[in-house]
Design a binder for this molecule. Structure first.
Ligand SMILES: [Fe+2]
Length: 345
């Protein structure tokens, strides 16, 4: 496994780059905007292909690198389903898996620091965001934070992981880089409480100043979405209603870019072909299934995904590859569902 812990000294943020092998797919957790060049350089040096950029929660102390990484690598942006960020390509819920080639993480919903905080568990380690820090816990006094929920998340979920599980948080201000669940159980001063009420009382009395970046970072991090208007301006977008009117017509092929697990969980458009976004480059080049589909007929190809991000990037790539009938559904299956479109499971 390739594993790198990267540090942004301005905000005290740890970001994590993971891949199962050189030459393979990589994902990054909690990237910081100012460090994007550094991450991409490392991705190149390690001969990796960045396919997913993940935030554990909406950050208040730095601007996320999700949007910039998406724009520069066409990777999939990922957050938990409760995020208030406008558009991310993929939203995960507890019980879902965060996967790349050769690697799978379990998703835990661990609210408390914010109401959109998630942790990711991969056999010997857990990425805890700001829910559980080394000898500390994330503050709970803004962004819909809730000390009771945090107590539940920590005592009810994280501390139930095996004691030797390594803890990799999103921040540290003292220079500690890693801990374990067992160590935190015994030595984290915030966790030496006898009850939820005692924890709530402890958190209430912290009286921390707001993070310096908060007024800039929070609104900015809520707007990470790809500008889908540009795709629409070029005539490559359909509204969900327009797409519904074309459903079942000859000469139209709906193409689902989501992962298998997303299709199973949320349903798909009846008759759609499955061509996951991760395989797009192979599928649109000569010899690929989508290239063949476009060449064999004058079929209009309608891409869709969860929220329209992956499909917007796919339309752009398909058009550049000469597949000129490609369009996408703005807002993805989410918009389709809201418009009353039929779904198949
Ligand atoms: Fe945070």
């Amino acid at each position: 496994m390739i594993f790198r812990q990267l540090f942004d000294s301005v905000s005290g943020t740890y970001s994590y780059l993971l891949a199962s092998r050189a030459g393979g797919e990589a994902l990054i957790i909690d990237p910081v905007l100012e460090k994007v060049d550094r991450y991409l350089q490392l991705v190149r040096e390690l001969d990796l292909r960045l396919v997913k950029a993940v935030d554990t929660h909406l950050h208040a102390d730095h601007i996320t690198g999700l949007g910039a990484l998406r724009d520069r690598t066409h990777c999939i942006t990922v957050m938990g389903e409760n995020t208030k960020a406008d558009v991310v390509s993929m939203r995960l819920a507890e019980g879902d898996k965060l996967t790349i080639e050769g690697m799978s993480m379990d998703v835990l919903y661990t609210p408390g620091h914010t109401d959109d905080s998630y942790s990711f568990v991969m056999h010997d380690r857990v990425f805890t965001g700001d829910t559980l820090l080394i000898r500390g816990t994330g503050r709970t006094d803004f962004q819909n934070g809730d000390a009771r929920m945090q107590y539940e998340s920590i005592f009810g979920k994280l501390l139930r992981l095996p004691e030797e599980t390594m803890v990799f948080p999103a921040h540290d201000y003292k220079g500690d880089t890693v801990s374990t669940i067992g160590e935190e159980k015994r030595y984290n001063p915030r966790l030496q409480v006898k009850s939820m009420d005692e924890y709530v009382e402890l958190m209430r009395n912290l009286k921390l100043p707001n993070p310096k970046m908060m007024d800039v970072a929070v609104p900015s991090n809520m707007k990470v979405g790809l500008a889908q208007q540009e795709i629409a301006r070029r005539g490559w977008a359909l509204s969900a209603a327009q797409a519904m009117a074309l459903s079942g017509r000859p000469g139209v092929a709906f193409i689902d870019l989501r992962e298998k697990s997303e299709r199973e969980k949320h349903g798909s458009i009846p008759g759609a072909l499955h061509a996951p976004y991760g395989d797009l480059q192979d599928n649109i080049r000569p010899g690929g299934v989508l290239h063949a589909l476009a060449a064999a007929s004058d079929k209009r190809m309608i891409f869709y995904c969860a929220y329209g991000e992956r499909s917007a990037m796919a339309v752009q790539a398909a058009q550049e590859a000469g597949l000129l009938t490609a369009v996408h559904i703005e807002g993805g299956i989410d918009a389709w569902k809201k418009a009353g479109g039929a779904l198949m499971r």
